[in-house]
Design a protein around this ligand. Structure first.
Ligand SMILES: Cc1cc2nc3c(=O)[nH]c(=O)nc-3n(C[C@H](O)[C@H](O)[C@H](O)COP(=O)(O)OP(=O)(O)OC[C@H]3O[C@@H](n4cnc5c(N)ncnc54)[C@H](O)[C@@H]3O)c2cc1C
Length: 509
């Protein structure tokens, strides 16, 4: 008796060896029978079959032993979808061949790096082909750069650089993927001095929609080089990032928590941190959050602060240290060591992000916190509710790097301090998806509307903090968006990375 897996493979082989005319006649139709219940288009069947032919040891089907484990390597439970097959290349040439197959079959596909983008469909797909990049994880440390494969996490990068006493500008937590974060901008602790992750990429190797491999840097394909600095997954699949590195062997860190009575002062200190703008800045940044428990009605705040060098306690966080609070832990360590326990486990929650930008104004930010807290009470019955208010400080220096480095980025941010405020809301059940999304969206838009009237709002929306209901591209300068669209037409004329790889934040048609 043939196994289900063998049956599927045979069915795929049978389908894809049919004449092109038969395939053409099936295009767009769902062939439910082919995979014993899993909806599958002829295009996906064609791609899975051809990938199986060429890369039988790199392809998984729903009945393969490791398929289910792979479909769980996503941060948000909502991203747990059912691809028709999973392609796991370990070389750029295989990626290029895979993209040729996908575009030749006109098959829809998704790409997963670190799997942290909580926008369902951005990094996984039902019934299409999922390309996972885990195996593209090689790296090469040079004098002041590192070549990084898109299968690496930021912890992998910091660990690779640690013996050299150097760091790169990447994610703040351990398990975030290199590719997704770098392509959307990338907020590190040290953006105030070194700019965003995208500003620190000196070269990209990228597979275009027709399977061609090109390099984009400041001498080759300069227009694509610029577009990749914040333009996300609209242009191709990046198989190598070359990142600048900096000699920062030691960092000074602080972990602090605050009781409810300290929250106004926490917000005020956050505004002060965002407003620091010394001519010769000390690189310093943080993760600042406020948690509210709708059952106990208790709120508390926290900061994870990191500064370059060995000042202990770190000088740039003095305003936080002055606020009374239960935990004050200062340390001098390495970025690798600091990151080693900052894990963000997969599949813990369904999560909705919502975010907007404001200039530092402590009274107004505190009002936003109060309004959020009151609104959380209105959905307190949602099972597994896990609401967090996040404040990301973006000092003027962060925008200045892109304005002065001769390359720029697609954001074109004004050189001024801002705070990216964000509601991160976790919950348990699919039945609450629409309710939590509507709640988060309406609350955010309402509060941003007030900020606008007060002249405190800014348009910029960061893809890493936004919900899928938001359109970050609409917040970028119009001329930059038009330029990106022209670059996309030039490098991907048949629309492989918009029509077929349609998930995530896209430039649109
Ligand atoms: C818990 C948590 C913490 C976070 N912390 C930070 C932070 O400190 N700083 C920050 O800036 N952001 C942060 N983010 C946001 C994060 O940067 C984004 O979610 C980012 O997309 C994650 O990258 P990834 O590779 O893990 O994502 P994935 O979900 O794998 O990919 C994101 C998108 O990029 C596409 N993509 C992936 N690889 C490639 C490639 N090689 N070529 C082309 N497209 C590709 C995917 O198809 C997908 O659309 C955080 C998010 C979470 C959930």
């Amino acid at each position: 008796m043939i196994s289900r897996m063998q049956f599927m493979a045979l069915a795929l082989l049978g389908l894809a060896s049919a004449s092109p005319n038969i395939l053409d006649s099936l295009r767009g139709q769902t062939i439910t029978a082919v995979l014993g219940g899993l909806d599958l288009t002829a295009e996906a069947a064609c791609a899975c079959k051809l990938l199986l032919n060429s890369y039988s040891d790199m392809i998984l089907f729903p009945t393969s032993a490791n398929y289910t484990a792979e479909t769980k390597l996503f941060w948000d439970i909502r991203s747990d979808l059912s691809p028709a097959c999973i392609f796991q290349p370990d070389k750029a040439d295989e990626v290029a061949d895979g993209i040729k197959i996908l575009s030749g079959c006109d098959a829809q596909f998704a790409v997963r790096g670190g799997g942290h983008m909580n926008y369902p469909g951005s990094n996984n797909i039902d019934g299409g082909v999922l390309i996972t990049l885990n195996k593209l994880n090689s790296y090469k440390v040079e004098n002041d750069t590192i070549d990084v494969g898109p299968g690496m996490t930021w912890y992998d990068v910091y660990a690779a650089l640690d013996p050299h006493g150097r760091i790169a500008i990447g994610g703040r937590l351990k398990t975030i993927g290199v590719p997704g974060l770098t392509l959307i901008g990338g907020v590190h602790y040290f953006i105030n001095k070194y700019g965003f992750a995208m500003d620190n990429v000196v070269s990209y190797d990228i597979v275009l929609g027709n399977g061609t491999q090109v390099t984009a840097n400041d001498t080759t394909n300069q227009d694509l080089f610029w577009a990749l600095k914040g333009g996300a997954n609209n242009f191709g699949l990046v198989t190598k990032f070359t990142l600048k590195t900096y000699s920062i062997p030691l960092i000074s860190t602080t972990i602090q928590t605050f009781n409810e009575s300290g929250i106004y002062d926490l917000v005020k200190a956050t505004c002060d941190l965002a407003s620091l703008d010394d001519a010769d800045p000390i690189a310093a940044g943080s993760i600042i959050t406020i948690q509210y428990n709708a059952t106990t009605k208790a709120a508390s705040g926290s900061i994870l602060g990191v500064q370059e060098g060995i000042s202990n306690p770190p000088s740039q966080f003095a305003n936080f240290s002055a606020i009374p609070g239960p935990i004050k832990l200062n340390n001098v360590t390495t970025l690798k060591q600091w990151g080693s326990d900052k894990v963000t486990p997969n599949q813990m929650f369904r999560v909705m992000f919502s975010h907007k930008t404001i200039v530092p104004d402590a009274d107004r930010l505190y009002s936003i916190y109060q309004a959020w807290r009151a609104a959380v009470d209105q959905i307190a019955d949602v099972q597994g509710l896990y609401p967090t208010f996040v404040m990301n400080t973006v000092a003027a220096g962060a925008a200045r790097v892109g304005q002065t480095n001769g390359i720029g980025n697609v954001w074109g941010l004004k050189v001024e301090p801002t705070i990216w405020w964000q509601f991160s809301t976790g919950w348990d059940l699919a039945q609450d998806d629409l309710r939590v999304t509507a709640w988060s969206r309406q609350l955010t838009e309402h509060l941003h509307g007030i900020n606008r009237k007060l002249g405190l709002a800014r348009d910029h929306i960061y893809m890493g903090d936004a919900g899928e209901w938001q359109d970050p591209f609409a917040s970028f300068p119009e001329a930059n968006v038009e330029r990106m669209r022209a670059i996309r037409s030039a490098y991907d004329p048949s629309g492989t990375f918009s029509r077929l790889n349609w998930g995530g934040f896209k430039l649109g048609f």
